[in-house]
Design a binder for this molecule. Structure first.
Ligand SMILES: Nc1ncnc2c1ncn2[C@@H]1O[C@H](COP(=O)(O)OP(=O)(O)OP(=O)(O)O)[C@@H](O)[C@H]1O
Length: 237
């Protein structure tokens, strides 16, 4: 099985990028000797507040570069990509669903979904993207009649599904879901996970799902506590 994510000898500290002279001691947030995720895996990444989950996600997605070590996505080392190439690589290969869904409230559902393809592979004609948006709506059990409604008129559960459609329309190899269920009640949370798994399976998308809520862990085949891979957390706690 090929690795979608591969981390080797990673260390990261914010101090190296801060201008504050008061901070003189190097204080690593992350020290991860080795960590990888294979194609098609669904990984639940958990850890308490402040344990470095967001920092690790930002590193895996090339928004932050490691202080030392190597982070590869699809065999591509983030440190070897510069500026716009890095942004384009991220846009083409990684989808995101966040807790704050980041839908544009006054745009209709279709346009919100199509925004997901805006910065990705731009060689697909618009009519094809619209067909795919409709297919995703169908897969997510959202009625097509919602397509032309402004996103703000949808329920939170429906908006969550639109956010998944937006993340998947560019057919990313890797989908990052960062606390996407924290605003949902249990029934909606389970429904959200069910469609997320089904679609990830259907599209062969590797999933990294981050949460501090360990009750969700049992639904994932692979569960990773950040403190178990991060040596830096041992000394601090
Ligand atoms: N931009 C930053 N500059 C300096 N330190 C930061 C910055 N962002 C986060 N940190 C620190 O890095 C550590 C890890 O934070 P991070 O946000 O990655 O944790 P988290 O596990 O995602 O937390 P939460 O679950 O509360 O979102 C914390 O001690 C935090 O204070």
């Amino acid at each position: 099985m090929s690795a979608i994510v591969s981390v080797k000898n990673l260390s990261f500290s914010y101090e190296s990028t801060t201008k504050k002279k008061a901070v003189s001691v190097e204080n690593n947030i992350l020290e991860i000797p080795e960590f990888s995720i294979n194609a098609g895996e669904h990984v639940f990444l958990f850890g308490p507040s402040g344990s470095g989950k967001s920092t690790l996600l930002n590193i895996l997605t090339g928004l932050l570069l490691p202080s030392s070590g190597q982070v590869k996505i699809l065999e591509q080392d983030w440190s070897s990509l510069k500026g716009k190439t890095r942004d384009a690589f991220r846009a083409n290969h990684i989808g995101f669903v966040f807790q704050q869904l980041n839908l544009i409230p006054y745009l209709d559902v279709l346009d919100n979904i199509l925004l997901g393809a805006e910065f990705g592979q731009q060689n697909r004609p618009k009519h094809q993207l619209i067909e795919q948006a409709k297919q995703l709506m169908n897969d997510l059990q959202l009625p097509e009649s919602l397509l032309l409604k402004p996103a703000r008129q949808l329920s939170v559960g429906q908006q969550q599904r639109v956010a998944i459609a937006r993340a998947l329309i560019k057919e990313p190899e890797l989908l990052i879901a960062d606390e996407p269920t924290s605003a949902l009640d249990e029934a909606n949370r389970n429904a959200f996970l069910k469609v997320l798994f089904e679609l990830a399976e259907k599209n062969n998308t590797t999933l990294v799902f981050v949460s501090h809520d360990q009750t969700l862990a049992s639904q994932f085949k692979r569960v990773v506590g950040i403190q178990s891979i991060n040596k830096a957390s041992k000394s601090g706690e």
